[in-house]
Design a protein around this ligand. Structure first.
Ligand SMILES: [Zn+2]
Ligand SMILES: [Zn+2]
Length: 206
């Protein structure tokens, strides 16, 4: 558990794919990002708070295994970007759009649309932190299904994520996070090199 600016941030690696669910708490309120699996562990983390919303970074199955159970137990509204529901069969209660600001207690988080891993992938910026889902990992961009999707995720990273200051700490959908500044040299070197045509999938910076 760490204290991240306006929020207390609780990372919970859950389920068979070790997908990171993140619980944000401010005062009496909380937000659950990506209820990946093991609903009882998520519910224990938010116990005693009013769950204001459940948010998805994107609609992939490994990020929503506990969604139904957590929704039922908390009655909290579900927010996700409108580009993902059609593809993944998830009906949200409200849409997340680029630039939306959500309040939680005394703090705010901003929605940043970063398509590429999926059409509706988003990141959540708050304080000096960001939850980035499967858009960015220390070792490379998130998985891309096609060369076009890779081009799209790289554009999202160039125009939005790497426009953030170097001291921003990012929290990915799997594994440990890092800072933007720590990954920037590898990202920039990758962007400066010619890429083999057809490149996509689990791409690494080096
Ligand atoms: Zn994913
Ligand atoms: Zn994932």
């Amino acid at each position: 558990m760490t204290d991240e600016g306006p929020f207390q941030l609780i990372p919970l690696p859950l389920g068979q794919w070790s997908t990171n669910c993140y619980v944000l708490i401010s005062g009496e309120e909380s937000i659950i990002v990506d209820p990946a699996a093991e609903p009882q562990r998520i519910l224990a983390a938010v116990e005693g708070t009013m769950v204001k919303a459940i948010l998805l970074t994107h609609g992939h199955p490994d990020h929503v295994q506990a969604l139904d159970a957590v929704r039922q137990a908390t009655a909290a509204p579900l927010g996700l970007h409108p580009a993902d529901p059609a593809e993944f069969g998830i009906g949200g209660d409200f849409d997340l759009h680029d630039g939306d600001v959500l309040t939680l207690g005394d703090g705010e988080l901003t929605v940043v649309h970063t398509p590429g891993h999926t059409p509706g992938s988003v990141c959540f910026r708050f304080g000096r932190c960001a939850i980035v889902g499967d858009t960015l990992f220390s070792g490379g961009p998130g998985h891309s299904d096609t060369p076009e999707a890779l081009a799209q995720i790289l554009a999202s990273l160039r125009d939005k994520v790497f426009a953030w200051p170097d001291d921003i700490v990012f929290y990915p959908g799997h594994g440990e996070g890092s800072t933007i500044g720590a990954v920037r040299p590898a990202f920039e070197a990758f962007m400066a090199r010619p890429r083999p045509p057809g490149l996509c999938g689990d791409v690494e910076w080096v």
